[in-house]
Design a protein around this ligand. Structure first.
Ligand code: FA5
Ligand code: MG
Length: 495
């Protein structure tokens, strides 16, 4: 869930427990080389190694120093994910999924970039893509900042501009880890992997300068499929999904959109036929569970494409969004010094696709080092339905609290009141205390006191380990710690 932050949050009381540090101690040097996550997916409380003070307040990551300021909000627990790089781990489902998708975008038309560093500038992540200054994605409630100019990339699109500028091939894919402050549930995780893809055509190089014709010709070369995809909307809609009329003709946008959609539908067909063949080869009744495959295009908005779409797949009774895409904004090519190019781009969530491909029920599993999970995956030729090793019992616990009223926070400034409260702050506190022992967190009640105007929230936390049964004492202790942390960090009053 991404909400618009209405106030500037200035919260710095990070807990020792999660390995983060208070504002007074920001000279601390976090050397994440020593912060591999623990062997299990259990509570995610890897402590950073604190080294001797450096002169200026700074954070050290991968041997590089980042100055710390009012924008810094990245906990050490999140930095500890940087070395994992699941998309490069042999036999990991995220890596196998990457390779299956890459095979649909072959070289030399497409160059594959898989080693781009996750720490990028605000300019790369947002400015280069035309994000407006007030876009909610820029807020500290949605994005992990190392400092005001530097973030953990929130998407692989952060590298688009530099690769357009590099101008090496007609297309590319970028696979990488990305980071977002987000909801907690089975399909959302603060670290996940995306693959970006892009394809462009050069006005000066296509036959007779006819881009639309060249694109249709290339489309004919794509593998045919007979998947029926629901696509009820017109390619271009003047208000909802406009043509970049000053740069493209309708024919050009139509051709690029058709090539884009056909390419991505080809990916879906490829993934599902592999999954179905695997299930059938194993004589598995689940082969039928994969059919009928329902897929649909919906209109979308991104600051760097127009028109834009998302592709959704019907999964476990609901529509699951797997990718966003569109016709690349011409300004990106112009700013990258290749104004004569035009084309499409997409960004796909690799975990989301891997969950569909292998029937993996919970996104936390990807981070597991449990051999009962990892041993089930081998190569892209041998895809098989994931067999859960067990389903351990859930334990639901509620926490209700009042936000501080605006008047009581006046002067304090650092605690949540109704203006600057953001749900992602609750999510991060729960994540910091409970780590992967939390399956999901849901808002179950919201209430405004009629007389005082104070706001109250109730969240239901589902504690469930993927690897063992939690004891009562353990869940009680975790929940108690969550409650304390909410009071300490958000200044809420428990009910
Ligand atoms: C983007 O990130 C755009 N950069 C995609 C794009 C690229 C659009 C190029 C146009 C051109 P979005 O925020 O929707 O878009 O994320 C893309 C995909 O990442 C989603 O469809 C989903 O599959 C995956 N995703 C998003 N948030 C999470 C999360 N918290 N956990 C796991 N997967 C996620
Ligand atoms: Mg989206």
């Amino acid at each position: 869930m991404r909400l618009l932050a209405t106030g500037r949050a200035v919260r710095f009381t990070w807990s020792k427990r999660s390995g983060t540090i208070s504002r007074a101690k920001l000279w601390i040097n976090v050397n994440i080389q020593y912060q591999q996550r623990p062997q299990s997916t259990a509570a995610h409380t890897a402590a950073p190694t604190f080294k001797s003070p450096v002169k200026a307040p700074a954070l050290e990551v991968d041997g590089k120093l980042y100055s710390v300021d009012d924008w810094t909000n990245v906990p050490a627990s999140i930095l500890s994910f940087l070395p994992r790089k699941l998309h490069l781990q042999p036999s990991h489902p995220v890596s196998i999924t990457r390779q299956v998708i890459e095979s649909n975008f072959p070289s030399p038309t497409y160059t594959h970039y898989n080693h781009l560093h996750p720490i990028v500038s605000v300019a790369q992540n947002f400015d280069s893509l035309g994000f407006p200054q007030d876009h909610p994605g820029r807020s500290r409630s949605d994005t992990y900042y190392l400092n005001k100019d530097t973030v953990l990339r929130t998407h692989t699109s952060a590298h688009e501009a530099e690769i357009f500028r590099d101008n090496k091939s007609e297309g590319y894919t970028i696979s990488a880890d990305v980071y977002r402050r987000d909801a907690i549930d089975r399909s959302h995780y603060p670290v996940f992997h995306q693959m970006e893809g892009a394809r462009m055509w050069d006005r000066r190089k296509v036959l007779g300068g006819d881009v639309a014709k060249a694109v249709w010709k290339d489309l004919e070369l794509l593998p045919k499929h007979n998947l029926e995809v629901e696509d009820p909307n017109p390619t271009i809609h003047p208000e909802r999904n406009p043509l970049q009329a000053e740069h493209h003709t309708t024919e050009e946008a139509e051709a690029i959109a058709a090539h884009l959609k056909k390419s991505l539908e080809g990916v879906v067909v490829e993934l599902f036929s592999r999954a179905r063949n695997a299930a059938a080869a194993a004589g598995n009744a689940d082969a039928n569970a994969i059919e009928p495959l329902r897929v649909r295009w919906v209109e979308a908005y991104f600051p760097f494409t127009s028109p834009s779409w998302e592709l959704e797949v019907f999964w476990q009774g609901d529509w699951l969004e797997i990718l966003g895409c569109g016709v690349t904004k011409q300004e990106l090519y112009i700013n990258a010094g290749v104004p004569h190019k035009l084309g499409w781009a997409f960004g796909i969530g690799l975990e989301r696709v891997a969950m569909l491909l292998y029937s993996i029920p919970d996104i936390r599993l990807f981070w597991s080092n449990d051999p009962r999970f990892l041993s089930q995956f081998s190569t892209l030729e041998k895809i098989s339905t994931y067999v859960p090793f067990s389903k351990y019992p859930a334990c639901y616990k509620d926490v209700s609290f009042w936000l501080r009223s605006s008047s009581s926070s006046a002067g304090g400034g650092s605690k949540a009141n109704a203006q600057d409260f953001h749900e992602n702050d609750v999510m991060e506190i729960v994540r910091d205390v409970g780590g992967d022992l939390v399956e999901d967190v849901r808002l179950t009640d919201e209430f405004t006191h009629p007389a005082s105007g104070r706001k109250s929230f109730c969240y239901r936390i589902n504690y469930r380990s993927l690897e063992r049964t939690l004891t009562n004492e353990e869940t009680n202790q975790l929940h108690d710690d969550v409650r304390k942390s909410l009071v300490e960090k958000l200044g809420v009053e428990l009910r």
